[in-house]
Design a protein around this ligand. Structure first.
Ligand code: SF4
Ligand code: SF4
Length: 340
């Protein structure tokens, strides 16, 4: 098995990393089994975040007694210098380690977040402090926005970037990939199977794995998912013409409803976080119901009920998604999900 070099970190990783969002949904024993199976099969990079409730703690439990070298990447949404340093310390405690290999600024998706993290009292400098104190090895950033990713890469401050990449969200291929490669920045690919909504997960992962400079980190919560993802990586071949036809079919099927999180439709006069609602199925599939009921997702759902169908958002969407109809449809699905 050919491992992949994660850019200038020089870390050699198995071609698939372990995405730590879905283990929030399963109990401790199950999460430990799933993570250990992944490590047993060769996976050596686990991605998590302060925002993923008990994900870091489950990873700590799974790593107890494991003697293989497993790299950990965590992240914080805190935007301030002191705040992010505090988060690094909490992550260290949660994960039960003395140093975290890669620490990311989580979700720097817009200009406001970009400016806040790079201000003199911003989170980037908190991560530099953490690095100087020996608490982390590499500074990274995650973003859903190709425009912001380009700006983040230009700063040359990040060793690794984490971005959305799958055969529907391919915009990063144009400029972000070449820019990152030129600066030898490692790339972690989130949502390789569209957050679990792609109808053919193995083919979706296979598509992303074609880019040998990138390490996708599909979320996993079951041993069978781990084994399947590892199998796809181990048996990787070029995409066949039949598979390309299947990809085109899925693109057509999902293309008119799949939100690429570009945020061009914003701002909504009702303050509706449109992308959160458009991706409701993805969240409902991967996150525990009680977390969704008690946080930002429920607030987004309440706001979405106020959609006036004003259509302000419609012409702004480059993919011509019927946003007001999709909002209505998703509000119904969320209602059913919560049993309301
Ligand atoms: S149609 Fe709904 S979601 Fe779109 S801008 Fe108007 S209120 Fe917001
Ligand atoms: S609805 Fe359209 S414009 Fe809005 S984030 Fe999704 S893809 Fe982008």
């Amino acid at each position: 098995m050919k491992y992949r070099r994660l850019g200038r970190t020089n870390i050699e990783v198995f071609p698939v990393a372990f995405g730590g969002i879905p283990i929030q949904r399963v109990g401790m024993d199950e999460a430990v089994k799933v993570i250990r199976r992944a490590i047993e099969l060769g996976i050596n990079l686990i991605d998590t975040a302060r925002a993923y409730s008990d994900s870091e703690i489950k990873i700590r439990e799974a790593l107890k007694g494991v003697d293989k070298r497993v790299y950990i990447s965590s992240k914080s949404q805190n935007r301030t210098r002191d705040g992010v340093l505090e988060d690094v310390k909490i992550s260290l405690k949660n994960l039960g380690v003395e140093k975290i290999d890669i620490y990311q600024l989580h979700g720097v998706n817009d200009r406001d977040a970009f400016e806040r993290v790079l201000a003199p009292d911003g989170a980037y400098y908190g991560l530099l402090d953490a690095k100087e104190k020996g608490l982390i090895d590499f500074i990274a950033v995650s973003s859903h926005s190709t425009d912001i990713l380009e700006e983040l890469i230009r700063t040359d401050k990040f060793d690794v970037i984490q971005l959305c990449y799958n055969f529907i969200e391919t915009k990063v291929e144009e400029r972000v990939f070449p820019m990152a490669l030129e600066k030898d920045i490692g790339i972690i690919g989130m949502k390789p199977i569209g957050g679990g909504v792609m109808p053919n997960p193995a083919l979706s992962l296979k598509y992303v794995l074609q880019k040998e400079f990138l390490v996708p980190d599909p979320g996993m919560e079951a041993i069978k998912e781990v084994e399947e993802n590892v199998r796809v990586a181990m048996e990787l071949t070029e995409i066949t013409s039949e598979e390309y036809e299947e990809i085109e079919r899925i693109r057509k099927e999902l293309g008119s409803t799949f939100c690429r999180r570009c945020e061009y439709c914003q701002p909504c006069p009702q303050g509706i976080p449109i992308t959160s609602i458009m991706r409701a199925k993805d969240f409902m599939k991967r996150l525990p119901k009680e977390n969704l009921r008690n946080g930002w997702f429920y607030e987004a759902y309440l706001k979405a009920q106020n959609c006036t169908k004003c259509e302000t958002c419609l012409p702004r969407c480059p993919y011509k998604l019927p946003i007001p109809d999709l909002i209505e449809e998703n509000v119904k699905l969320i209602k059913e999900f919560f049993g309301e």
